[in-house]
Design a protein around this ligand. Structure first.
Ligand code: ZN
Length: 187
């Protein structure tokens, strides 16, 4: 893709993704629009690659459409091509499996995924940990938060080596999330 094609494809991806995720909110107590998460992941990856990987940024914008909305992998392939669709597929959990299995599979399969997919996972987990630091889910107790953080660290262990800057962002987000847990609560 040249620059002008990339810009058109990226704008199309935003339009598509924003409309598919219209009614979704993030888990945090603030209930931010779900697209804030997609914007953060896309931004992290655009910066980490110096704006040189449009396919990766487009895949970032679309990365939760198949898992969390009524979108099929085939639709993504028809609209955005096989490369984008392949990347989205690599970071999409099989929702027919129980949640604990899906979480275990992420830890087990991430190390074997493509470099781009591991970068996308790293940015995804960074965004989720930032959200926990800024606006933790209201109904999650400390034990559940800790379990989530430990799981994110285990998944990201399989992504190490793909991008220094993304690893740094993840480590910062993890430290910030841990710091909120460490805050004693006086009740
Ligand atoms: Zn995500």
């Amino acid at each position: 893709m040249d620059d002008s094609q990339s810009i058109v494809a990226l704008a199309r991806a935003w339009d598509f993704s924003a409309s598919r995720h219209t009614d979704q909110r993030r888990k945090g107590a603030r209930g931010e629009p779900y697209v804030n998460h997609l914007a953060e992941v896309a931004h992290l990856l655009a910066e980490a690659t110096g704006g040189r990987d449009a396919i990766l940024v487009i895949a970032a914008v679309l990365h939760d459409t198949v898992e969390d909305t009524e979108t099929t992998a085939q639709e993504i392939e028809e609209l955005f091509g096989a490369e984008v669709a392949g990347l989205v597929a690599e970071v999409t959990d099989d929702k027919s499996l129980p949640k604990t299995t899906r979480k275990r599979l992420q830890v087990e399969t991430t190390p074997r995924k493509s470099t781009r997919a591991r970068m996308l996972k790293l940015a995804d987990k960074t965004s989720n940990l930032r959200a926990i630091a800024h606006s933790p889910p209201a109904n999650w107790g400390e034990a559940r938060l800790r379990e989530y953080l430990d799981w994110a660290v285990a998944v990201v262990a399989g992504c190490r080596g793909v991008s220094d800057v993304l690893e740094r962002r993840f480590d910062e987000a993890h430290a910030a999330a841990m710091a909120t847990l460490a805050t004693p609560c006086n009740d």
